[in-house]
Design a protein around this ligand. Structure first.
Ligand code: DC
Length: 228
């Protein structure tokens, strides 16, 4: 039995979670969506009437937060299933502030490292290859043009019944890209040993295939990984 750790980083709405979930299924390992963790804390702040832009007040909420990522993808916050509600525009529009607070990051990074310590994982986020799991076996930095990302996110939101304009989504993505990549602690950037994967003109299956090729090129064969 061989363990594998795959890190998939990149800007918002680049299709990381879709690709990561499929790769995890092929590798028969656990998918971990770290963005959902920052989103859950943002949701809790809003629900608690705390301004997400107020670092001190958000950090003070940490002791009240019990966060669980279930293997089936459900996000449980203090026993409440928040899987859907953390995708709403109110959360998306504020999560970058919360994710820029060092104390919040240190708390979540500890949980993320614990989750990846003994099992094979595909983890997606912004700083997985650079900071959370710098020894990951495979590091992918998945990108797409901001126009493509806005189009995809808009379509996805409509499918989930979330109303929004394409222009607003593009503006929000640009704002999030800026905050995520300019924060001082563990910003969004490719690790020096990551493979850049531009999915602007790729289908989901082509993107998954490209990641699987990197896995194989690193010397992993599916049989030894799946023998568990
Ligand atoms: O992937 P996502 O859009 O659900 O992420 C939500 C926010 O969380 C995003 O704006 C950046 C932040 N994030 C982060 O800073 N580090 C991570 N490892 C994952 C997400």
């Amino acid at each position: 039995m061989r363990k594998i750790v795959v890190a998939i980083d990149g800007p918002a709405a680049a299709g990381k979670s879709t690709v990561a979930k499929k790769v995890a299924k092929l590798l028969k390992c656990t998918y971990i969506d770290t963005g959902a963790m920052y989103r859950a804390i943002t949701y809790f702040a809003i629900k608690s009437n705390v301004n997400p832009e107020n670092e001190e007040d958000v950090v003070a909420l940490l002791p009240q937060i019990d966060l669980i990522l279930k293997p089936n993808g459900k996000v449980i916050l203090n026993e409440e299933d928040v899987t859907q509600v953390i995708r709403t525009p109110a959360v998306s529009g504020n999560v970058s502030y919360v994710a820029s607070y060092k104390a919040i990051r240190l708390h979540l990074v500890e949980l993320q490292r614990k989750m990846a310590s003994s099992i094979s994982v595909v983890m997606d986020g912004r700083d997985i290859g650079t900071y959370v799991l710098p020894d990951a076996d495979v590091k992918i930095f998945q990108v797409a043009s901001v126009e493509t990302r806005a189009y995809r996110r808009h379509k996805e939101n409509l499918q989930h019944g979330i109303k929004c304009s394409l222009e607003d989504i593009e503006a929000e993505l640009r704002k999030r890209d800026f905050i995520d990549s300019s924060r001082t602690f563990a910003p969004l950037k490719p690790a020096s040993d990551s493979i850049i994967l531009d999915t602007s003109d790729l289908t989901i299956d082509q993107a998954v295939e490209a990641v699987m090729k990197v896995v194989k090129d690193k010397g992993y064969d599916l049989e030894s990984l799946n023998e568990r």
